[in-house]
Write a new protein. Structure first.
Length: 204
């Protein structure tokens, strides 16, 4: 993995062998199935404040209790964003053909009343001959993030993304036997356009 920083935020480039774009698409609608595996030492069980509808994670809000490397425990409320509602200078970082944008809304139930995100996290990926290549971006909004904040986030994110290679193919394949779409959800997060005009191909 490679971390870079600029005036907008912190950016982490990554790749995986044996992980497919479809597996990562699936993960975002089924986070409660693998959230502890995503970061076993820092994550606690995830709950949905607003669950995905018909497998579509956009508009969903998950409660993600976790403790980062600096020892701070956070009970984060995180909303999956409609790409049409994201500032263009944030969307400008989307360059791969699958993506999801998560907005940190705050701590506790009061966060559900907050219309202004603290900040954005872009996760994006696409197929390669060996698996996937991707990037994760941390960009502050209402809550400004220092370069030091970015480094702490990058350390946490690097461990999360790295663990996809450990558990995601197995978890995805195990759930293939569950044919009920209300339990085993799926949304194709392919993009029709990238950059400032980023738009989903299959999600209205």
């Amino acid at each position: 993995m490679k971390m870079t920083q600029d005036e907008m935020g912190t950016h982490l480039e990554w790749s995986h062998e044996g992980v497919t774009p479809k597996m990562i698409d699936w993960f975002w609608s089924n986070m409660e199935k693998g959230f502890i595996l995503w970061h076993p030492s820092q994550h606690e069980p995830l709950e949905w404040a607003i669950p995905p509808v018909n497998g579509n994670p956009v508009g969903s809000v998950h409660i993600a209790p976790q403790t980062w490397n600096d020892g701070t425990r956070q009970n984060l409320y995180i909303r999956m964003e409609d790409l049409a509602e994201i500032p263009e200078d944030v969307k400008a970082y989307i360059k791969y053909d699958h993506a999801i944008v998560a907005a940190g809304m705050g701590l506790g139930e009061e966060a559900l009343k907050n219309d202004t995100p603290w900040g954005y996290r872009i996760h994006q990926w696409q197929k390669t001959d060996f698996g996937v290549v991707g990037m994760s971006n941390a960009i502050g909004a209402a809550k400004k993030e220092s370069k030091e904040d970015g480094v702490i986030w990058a350390q946490h994110c690097e461990e999360e993304i790295g663990n996809w290679g450990v558990f995601l193919p197995t978890l995805y394949n195990l759930y293939k036997v569950v044919e009920n779409p209300a339990i085993n959800l799926f949304a194709d997060l392919s993009l029709e356009k990238t950059g400032r005009e980023a738009k989903y191909k299959y999600i209205p």
